[in-house]
Design a protein around this ligand. Sequence first.
Ligand code: FMN
Length: 162
Amino acid sequence: MKEVDMNSAMREGMRRLASGVSVISTKTAAGARFAMTATSVTSLSAEPASLLVCINRNTSMYEAVKDGGAFCVNVLRFDQQEISNKCASGDQGEERFEVGDWQETADLPYLEGSLAVFVCDQEQAIDYGTHRILIGAIKRVLVDDGDTIDPLVYLDGGYKTL
Ligand SMILES: Cc1cc2nc3c(=O)[nH]c(=O)nc-3n(C[C@H](O)[C@H](O)[C@H](O)COP(=O)(O)O)c2cc1C
């Protein structure tokens, strides 16, 4: 018998899990803006309106939100792959805002033209392993009012749409 290596088994399994791609964005009290690509966004409950997102504690986003700051979840559309790449790249801080129509609401940066924007207060944070799970209390929702919902989906190590 041979034991299956958990790291590669996990990778193989997760390649088959389709996820919508979002960008988390925030601004610190000192006015520094941060944005990070994330697929770990999950709807939590309708009452209270809430979601969760998992953030690696090695990321610059973690540093920006670790003290409880508010954040936006920007749900990307298929034609926003460049923004997804930018916000997961070696570019840092303000450089990540060079692509996309970034606007501001409630003193937070958000992506105009994304499929949906959830403006969240940070309600709770739970550390697990390498990550911090942020629970966001949704304060405002902006939605694209076009006819088609064409999400950016991440599956099998690449971008897809429905
Ligand atoms: C499609 C995709 C999904 C990602 N999802 C997450 C996620 O849910 N949580 C996370 O911490 N990092 C996620 N990442 C990795 C971060 O975007 C990336 O490591 C981060 O931008 C690097 O952060 P830093 O350079 O600002 O420290 C994802 C990357 C990609 C390309």
